[in-house]
Design a protein around this ligand. Structure first.
Ligand code: SAM
Length: 299
């Protein structure tokens, strides 16, 4: 697996400890889940941009530009990218809003903010800040035309507070768009493929199948739906798209799975087992369902 942080680092140690607890059946919920994502992103902050964002999608879908096109964004707008990771969506937004607009990227992971800054060419004005969606005191009330969260809201530790904070910073009429994985929409043959993968997780990291993993995708779960409406945001519109992971060889499969959260949950032996579970099912084109969400502040 590609790692930005070497063995021996605190994130590496923390991931090892979390692996042991989840392998012993401790549910991956609450602080354990938050710490798991924190360690995984610190170890490989560009994984999402390098693996998921490069997959071809149906009807020309590309996860950053398609989401922004659906917002839709226009020149001169003020954009906030919440959970910006290595900045893929923030840079795509900067290209649309141009010099008269502005973009702020927020992420709690120091390594992600560093990677985002490194990937941003000189002259592209994006202000990256370390922080969490649940509290962004550096963003003024009603100052944002469009807030964006690409594949990030599943990781927020408190979705309700995060939505209230997004509502606070949006101007009246301002939009919020997000993308979430929608595994409940897998094609039957892909559900069967993923079943083999999940079987390894069930044996090797059983605690990982509790909590969020066993619930519906956002915003179908009632508590998630309430987080949106409770904050005062208008009805969430949805669009479903699919990313196609074409896997001819085990190396192709490992380019996707090897940098995924699933691989972070497994030790070397477990990762080897995952490879072996996938191998006999190749070649396979796995359609990964992604749901785009769109809502706005009334006004
Ligand atoms: C799956 S990555 C997506 C990164 C990026 N948006 C992309 O699409 O390439 C999720 C990101 O959300 C960030 N994150 C996790 N908890 C967060 C929180 N409470 N507030 C804001 N960002 C958070 C993580 O650090 C990580 O960078």
């Amino acid at each position: 697996m590609t790692t930005a942080t070497p063995p021996g680092s605190s994130a590496y140690e923390e991931r090892g400890e979390i692996r042991r607890r989840v392998a012993a059946g401790e549910p991956l919920v609450g602080a354990l889940r938050t710490n798991f994502f924190r360690a995984a992103h610190a170890l490989d902050p560009t994984a999402v941009e390098d693996s998921l964002a490069v997959l071809p999608g149906n009807r020309g879908i590309e996860i950053y530009s398609s989401l922004l096109a659906w917002a839709p964004l226009s020149k001169g707008e003020r954009v906030l990218d919440v959970g910006c990771g290595s900045g893929g969506a923030a840079r795509a937004a900067a290209a649309i809003v141009g010099g008269e607009g502005s973009v702020i990227g927020v992420d709690p992971c120091r390594e992600a903010i560093e990677a985002a800054a490194e990937r941003t060419p000189p002259g592209v004005r994006i202000s990256y800040r370390r922080g969490v969606a649940e509290s962004m005191p550096f963003v003024a009330d009603r100052s944002i035309d469009c807030a964006v969260a690409s594949l990030a809201i599943e990781e927020f530790s408190d979705l309700e507070r995060a939505m209230q904070e997004i509502m606070r910073v949006l101007r009246p009429g301002g939009r919020f768009v997000a993308s979430v994985m929608a595994f409940d929409r897998l094609r039957p043959m892909d559900a069967s493929f993923m079943g083999a993968v999940i079987a390894v997780i069930g044996l090797r990291a059983p605690g990982a199948l509790a909590g969020r993993a066993s619930r519906a995708s956002i915003p179908d779960e009632p508590a998630d739906a309430r987080a949106f409406t409770g904050a005062g945001l208008l009805t969430v519109e949805e669009q479903e798209v699919q990313l196609a992971a074409v896997m001819e060889t085990t190396d192709d499969a490992w380019r996707l799975f090897g940098r995924s959260h699933l691989a972070h949950l497994l030790d070397e032996e477990g990762q080897e087992e995952l490879r072996k579970a996938v191998e006999p099912r190749l070649p396979h084109t796995l359609y990964l369902p992604v749901r785009f969400l769109r809502t706005r502040r009334p006004g």
